[in-house]
Design a protein around this ligand. Structure first.
Ligand code: SF4
Ligand code: SF4
Length: 425
């Protein structure tokens, strides 16, 4: 008797059926470009999942390994002429294999016990701060992870930040775990810029991780639980706009949450209410900077290039937003880098489980950035910020890596990041 497919597996099967095996996705895949192994290419993985679903192959550790060798950058989805939505395939494959083969205890423990709880996550981060490593990274048994900041954003930013004078509107702010724990100054800068444009900024303390680390590893149950909590928290707020400066969280809200809450599911209508409020952070910022016309950007004398963060470019299709925001700053000279859309090598857990490959992809990216002859690169997501910053430092490359928010801030306020705390209202 044929096995009944789960809803995610059914969604993956629809996408697999669209694939014509043309192979055009291979050239854009950073993993295939490194290994040159067909099995690790997007086409190879599609064929593998097809064989697993047809029960022509038995699930094994080898197939788990192959599907884990993916940065979830979605360059393949962008390049596919047949419109194959690989975002529906890779995650489903990881779910199917986790159900069949299991998941390492340490991964399950982190996803199910540490990530969802603010106490357990706080404890893990407190331990993380004490680990050896470098300025940017901690070394956990040979695996490099972002070094947690000494102060989380939650300690620096009040739940409600009020503007002075007339209130132009209220926005809900979702900084994401990387900004909350690793780059809190970016969250403060984002909130302060919104406030200076007349917006009240609400950063609810009951929010949780967007769930991407869980569902991207095939743990749909934990991912859905986290997503549901966020839906409850954000739909209860009296706001029309939800913003996240992390391209991965923003992409999760508009793409992966679609998979978690498909038509007919219990949470679908709540998700639709939430989805209607989610706006790309940079796009919103660009619009209100123009509308309000109150910010005075001072010139900055930098010669820089832009790195297109994958989840901004391939998932959200908003690669031009950082460039358009940089246009507000007089004096900048922006030079385009060849391969600006090549992944930085981060890929969340990819950089943890495949450190050598992740480093090799990063170094290739740094080579292209070096060719641009700029000494600054602007990114649109905190994951890329950490990866490129830490790899540039390790390789001794004279390259300043900044999020676009940092340059807006520097042009408005100056280089001082010590303004990284906001008094409670
Ligand atoms: S580009 Fe699209 S259709 Fe062609 S092999 Fe890749 S996924 Fe299949
Ligand atoms: S998502 Fe990125 S790494 Fe994964 S198969 Fe597609 S192009 Fe390759």
């Amino acid at each position: 008797m044929e096995k009944e497919l789960s809803p995610h597996a059914r969604a993956a099967a629809i996408e697999i059926a669209k694939c014509t095996s043309c192979g055009l996705c291979k050239d854009v895949c950073p993993v295939f470009n490194l290994s040159r192994r067909e099995a690790e290419s997007p086409r190879g993985k599609i064929n593998l999942l097809h064989a697993l679903m047809e029960e022509a192959l038995d699930p094994s550790e080898t197939s788990v390994d192959i599907f884990n060798r993916c940065l979830l950058c979605y360059a393949c989805q962008d390049a596919c002429p047949a419109g194959v939505m690989t975002e529906r395939i890779w995650i489903s494959a990881r779910e199917i294999l986790a159900d069949e083969v299991g998941r390492p205890f340490s991964k399950s423990f982190f996803l199910q016990r540490v990530l969802p709880g603010s106490f357990s996550l706080g404890l893990a981060l407190a331990i993380g701060r004490r680990l050896p490593g470098s300025e940017h990274s901690v070394n956990l048994k040979g695996r490099m992870l972002p070094r947690p900041a000494s102060n989380r954003l939650d300690r620096l930013l009040p739940e409600i930040l009020e503007p002075e004078g007339r209130v132009a509107g209220t926005v809900a702010f979702f900084p994401g775990c990387m900004i909350n724990e690793v780059f809190p100054y970016l969250g403060v800068q984002a909130a302060q810029i919104l406030v200076s444009l007349g917006y009240r900024v609400v950063t609810p303390s009951a929010r949780v991780c967007c769930g991407a680390p869980a569902f991207n590893n095939g743990d749909m149950g934990t991912g859905r639980k986290l997503a549901e909590q966020n839906l409850e928290v954000f739909t209860a707020l009296d706001v029309d706009t939800v913003l996240s400066p992390d391209a991965t969280c923003g992409g999760a809200f508009t793409h992966e949450y679609e998979m978690l809450f498909p038509a007919g599911s219990q949470w679908r209508s709540t998700y639709q209410i939430f989805r209607d409020k989610v706006v790309n952070f940079g796009e919103f910022l660009e619009r209100i900077i123009v509308e309000q016309g109150v910010l005075a950007f001072k010139p900055l004398p930098y010669y820089l290039t832009v790195h297109d963060s994958c989840h901004l470019k391939y998932l959200q299709h908003k690669a031009n937003i950082p460039r358009r925001l940089l246009d507000f700053i007089p004096g900048l000279k922006v030079v385009e880098s060849p391969q600006s859309g090549l992944c930085c090598g981060f890929g969340g857990s990819y950089s943890v489980y495949f450190p050598n490959e992740s480093k090799a992809i990063s170094r290739r990216k740094l080579d292209y950035l070096r060719q641009s002859q700029s000494n600054m690169v602007v990114v649109g997501s905190p994951g890329c910020l950490w990866k490129l910053r830490s790899e540039a430092a390790q390789s001794g490359l004279n390259l300043r890596v900044v999020h676009y928010l940092e340059l807006l801030w520097e042009s408005l306020v100056g280089q001082d990041k010590s303004v990284a705390s906001v008094s409670s209202v």
